[in-house]
Design a protein around this ligand. Sequence first.
Ligand SMILES: NC(=O)C1=CN([C@@H]2O[C@H](COP(=O)(O)OP(=O)(O)OC[C@H]3O[C@@H](n4cnc5c(N)ncnc54)[C@H](O)[C@@H]3O)[C@@H](O)[C@H]2O)C=CC1
Ligand SMILES: Nc1nc(=O)c2c([nH]1)NC[C@@H]1CN(c3ccc(C(=O)N[C@@H](CCC(=O)O)C(=O)O)cc3)CN21
Length: 269
Amino acid sequence: MTLAAPRYELIPIRGMLEEAERLPAGATITVTCSPKHGIERTLEASVELAKRGYVAIPHIASRLVRDESHLELILQTLAQHSLNEVFVVGGDAPAPVGVFNGAVPLLEAMAASPLRPARIGVTGYPEGHAEISNDALEAALIAKRPYADYLVTQLCFDSAPILQWLTDIHQRGIGLPAWIGLPGVMDPRRLLSISLKIGIGSSLRVLKRNQGITRQLWNGAYAPDHLIDPLLDALVEPGAPPVCGFHLNTFNHVAPLLDWQANRLAETA
Ligand SMILES: NC(=O)C1=CN([C@@H]2O[C@H](COP(=O)(O)OP(=O)(O)OC[C@H]3O[C@@H](n4cnc5c(N)ncnc54)[C@H](O)[C@@H]3O)[C@@H](O)[C@H]2O)C=CC1
Ligand SMILES: Nc1nc(=O)c2c([nH]1)NC[C@@H]1CN(c3ccc(C(=O)N[C@@H](CCC(=O)O)C(=O)O)cc3)CN21
């Protein structure tokens, strides 16, 4: 377990390529997908990143895929550009634009295609989801298992639920390793508003109860040390759940995150 080779998540908006250029050559970059900009924007950005030598992993929002032929077009684009890994999510669209109402039916349709990408990631929720019941999340996780290679955990501001959830799915034999989603280094007010927008509530309340972290959250930049320290300690224990590494949600603020990462690595070297 180390911070040495994380994944970096970027949002495909103006300035994304300049942010990407700050990252180490060949870095692995996942590209978000929103109802506002659609899947095509995510694919175009991923192709640009791949051309520049990065390993690009587009997020595919299932609810934005119209039908089987739209899916086939997406898979063709991926194959043409040797993008052989995707992160499949339901997507934040309040209603599906077409026939796929979540990740599971899209994964089933992908599995039936000869153009299925070689590796597929799916979501995990250490503290549940604001709009989706725990039962529905659990059913979806079980249904995704045969199609998925790994999980990426949703943003969470408390290490305890992350560890608890990873341990729980490991003990139940779900058998998928996880990339642990961490918030990047940035203005805490922006982070707070993003978190509220994407429906992350309960661990923010944990943060507010913690005086030390509240100070860190409101003065200067937020940095995820309070999350990563307990995770690094716990995940090297024998019998710990399988973890691939850290998935850093940069929100396109790459420079402060790289400074923080370099400092952390220098401290532990
Ligand atoms: N955890 C993460 O890193 C990320 C999470 N998301 C968001 O998480 C939500 C669910 O995506 P998945 O975890 O892949 O769930 P999923 O597609 O596996 O769906 C689980 C259950 O929730 C329903 N569902 C799916 N999307 C929904 C939505 N937007 N609103 C209400 N119900 C929905 C499905 O019909 C299913 O019953 C979406 O809002 C998605 O955009 C998006 C990107 C990254
Ligand atoms: N529910 C949910 N949806 C997601 O898309 C998502 C998660 N959760 N959790 C992990 C990451 C975080 N993601 C995010 C979070 C925030 C923005 C965001 O702030 N977007 C701004 C700027 C984009 C623009 O200017 O168009 C926005 O206003 O939507 C984007 C992706 C993508 N992932």
